[in-house]
Write a protein that binds this ligand. Structure first.
Ligand code: SF4
Length: 86
């Protein structure tokens, strides 16, 4: 795990399907990715998740800043919203 990935809380919230309306309204569903372990909230294929063809994307700082569907308490979102340290 690198420094960036250490900000992830392993909550698994990003691994549930979301519906996004044309007006941008986001609906969170209770349908999880089939590879998410619902008790541990860990991905069961983490090291090969991008090869599994399920639409999993790498959450880089640029991606996290550009999407609105991550929950506000996502570790990446909170880290980027914290602003520069003084
Ligand atoms: S929602 Fe954010 S903190 Fe939670 S598992 Fe996904 S990336 Fe990690």
């Amino acid at each position: 795990m690198n420094d960036w990935e250490s900000h992830c809380r392993r909550c698994g919230e990003c691994c549930f399907e979301k519906l996004i309306e044309e007006d941008g309204t986001i609906f969170y569903t209770s349908t999880a990715c089939r590879f998410l372990d619902l008790s541990s909230r860990e991905c069961r294929v983490y090291h090969k998740r991008f090869k599994m063809g399920e639409g999993c994307i790498k959450l880089t700082p640029e991606i996290v800043k550009s999407v609105r569907w991550l929950p506000p308490d996502c570790g990446y979102v909170k880290f980027l919203n914290r602003g520069p340290r003084k």
